[in-house]
Design a protein around this ligand. Structure first.
Ligand code: PLP
Length: 404
C-alpha cells in the first residue's frame, strides 16, 4: 500500500481549504524578547513576535535563566526516569510545594505539560469515579476534551460561560451521582473570562466538584499570580486548579493542585503521570524561580496591563475591530483562513511582524483570526508599528473591496 499517497491526499485537502499550517522558523533571543531571528532560505532577520504565550517574557528573565543553568550544572540534563523509577528529584518536590502555596492548596502534582495534566487528571477522575458525569464548558481546550473522552465517563456539554445552562444540566442529574464541572478561567482564543464565582456557587449547590484550567491566567492574574480564581478570592472553593509552566512562567510543564487526597489519587492512578519520564530538574528549578518571582513582583503584570490597554486603544483609534474582552488577549477576526494567512504573511514580509494565523481546529471554521498578545516588553514604538501596519493593510483591503 502506498501510504504516502494516502497522507498526501489528506494534506492536499487541507491545503485546498486553507487550513494547512506552516510555521515560522524562529530563534528566540534571550534578553531581546519580543525580538527573534527569523530564518528564511539560510538568511536570518529580526522580527517582532506578537503572538507569544511567554506572556510576561519570563523565559528570558535573568533569575530564571540563572536558576536553570545552576540546576543543570548541579543535577545534569535529564531527570533519570519516570517519577516512580528514580526520576523524583528534590527540585520537583520544591516546585510542587511552591505550586500548592501559589493556589493555597494542600498539594500539587507535576506533569510534563499542561496538555498532559488535563488529559491525565480528567481521564483518571472520569474513569475511576463510578458513574461519574463530567459537565464540560463548550469552549474547553482540546486537552480537556481528550481527557474526558478517554475517561469514557458520561459527558454533558454546557453552553459556554452560561451559568443558567450549567444549572439546568446539573439539576437533571441524580444527587448521588459524582459530578465534575470542568471549565477554564481565561479562554485563550476569544480572551473572555469565565464567571468563576457563579459557576462555583452553582456547583456547590449540586455537590459537584470544580475543575478549573487556569493555563492562560497563572502568573498574570491575582496579587501573587495565582490566576483569576485568586483575583476573585474563590481559589479555596475550587476543588482542582490546573495550570501550565510553559506560558506566563516561561518554562515548560503542567500541574494540578488540590487536596492531598486528590493529588495522591491522580499520582497513584494516572497513566499520564506514571508512565513518562519526569521533567528535567533544571526545568523545575527555573519554573520555581519564575513562580516565586511573580508571587512578589507586580512589575510584569502592571506592564502587561498597560501595553494591552495601549494596543486596544490604538486599534480602536485606527478603526480596526478587535474582540472585546477583559483579558490580555487581543483577537482580530478575519473569518477566512486564506485571508488570515495572507495577512500574516504580509505582516511578516513587509513589516517584520510575526503573528501566527489562527485557523481550524484551534478555532471554529469561519472565525479565523490574528491573535495578538502584548507583553510588558513590547514598547510603545512596537505598538505604533503594529497598528500602523494593520492600518495600511485595512486601507488596502477597503480599496480592493471597493474595486471588486
Ligand atoms: N489548557 C489550555 C486552555 C490551553 O490553551 C493549553 C495550551 O495552549 C493547555 C491547556 C496545554 O498547556 P501546555 O501548552 O502546557 O501543554
Amino acid at each position: 500500500m502506498d501510504f504516502d499517497t494516502l497522507f498526501n491526499a489528506q494534506l492536499d485537502a487541507l491545503k485546498k481549504e486553507g487550513n494547512y499550517r506552516y510555521f515560522a522558523e524562529l530563534e528566540r533571543k534571550a534578553g531581546k524578547f519580543p525580538r527573534a531571528g527569523k530564518y528564511t532560505d539560510g538568511e536570518v532577520r529580526d522580527v517582532t513576535v506578537w503572538c507569544s504565550n511567554d506572556y510576561l517574557g519570563m523565559g528570558q528573565n535573568p533569575k530564571v535563566v540563572a536558576a536553570m543553568c545552576e540546576a543543570v550544572q548541579r543535577t545534569g540534563t535529564g531527570s533519570g526516569g519516570t517519577r516512580n523509577i528514580s526520576g523524583t528529584n528534590h527540585d520537583h518536590l520544591l516546585l510542587e510545594r511552591e505550586l500548592a502555596d501559589l493556589h493555597g492548596k494542600e498539594s500539587a502534582l507535576l506533569f510534563t505539560s499542561g496538555y498532559v495534566s488535563n488529559w491525565a487528571a480528567l481521564s483518571t477522575l472520569g474513569s475511576r469515579l463510578e458513574n461519574c458525569v463530567i459537565l464540560s464548558d463548550s469552549g474547553n481546550h482540546a486537552s480537556m476534551i481528550e481527557g474526558i473522552r478517554h475517561s469514557r465517563a458520561t459527558k454533558v456539554i454546557w453552553k459556554h460561560n452560561d451559568v443558567h445552562d450549567l444549572e439546568m444540566k446539573l439539576r437533571s442529574i441524580p444527587g448521588d451521582v459524582p459530578k465534575i464541572v470542568a471549565f477554564e478561567s481565561v479562554y485563550s482564543m476569544d480572551g473572555d473570562i469565565a464567571p468563576i464565582r457563579e459557576i462555583v456557587e452553582v456547583a456547590e449547590r449540586y455537590g459537584a466538584m470544580t475543575y478549573l484550567d487556569e493555563v492562560h491566567a497563572v502568573g498574570m492574574y491575582g496579587p501573587r499570580g495565582g490566576g483569576v480564581s485568586e483575583e476573585l478570592g474563590v481559589a479555596d472553593r475550587i476543588t482542582l486548579i490546573e495550570g501550565t509552566l510553559g506560558k506566563a512562567f516561561g518554562v515548560v510543564g503542567g500541574y494540578i493542585t488540590g487536596s492531598a487526597a486528590l493529588c495522591d489519587f491522580i499520582r497513584s492512578f494516572a497513566s499520564g503521570f506514571i508512565f513518562t519520564t519526569a521533567l528535567p530538574p533544571a526545568v523545575a528549578a527555573a519554573a520555581r524561580t519564575s513562580i516565586a518571582h511573580l508571587k512578589v513582583s507586580e512589575m510584569e503584570r502592571a506592564g502587561q496591563r498597560r501595553q494591552v490597554a495601549r494596543l486596544k486603544a490604538a486599534l480602536d483609534r485606527a478603526g480596526i475591530p478587535h474582540m472585546k474582552n477583559d483579558s490580555h488577549i487581543v483577537p482580530v477576526l478575519i473569518k477566512d483562513p486564506v485571508k488570515t494567512r495572507m495577512l500574516a504573511d504580509y505582516l511578516m514580509r513587509e513589516w517584520d511582524i510575526y503573528v501566527q494565523p489562527i485557523n481550524y481546529p484551534t478555532v471554529p471554521k469561519g472565525t479565523e483570526r490574528l491573535r495578538f498578545t502584548p507583553s510588558p516588553l513590547h514598547t510603545d514604538a512596537d505598538i505604533d508599528h503594529l497598528v500602523n501596519a494593520l492600518s495600511v493593510l485595512w486601507k488596502q483591503c477597503a480599496v480592493s473591496h471597493a474595486v471588486a
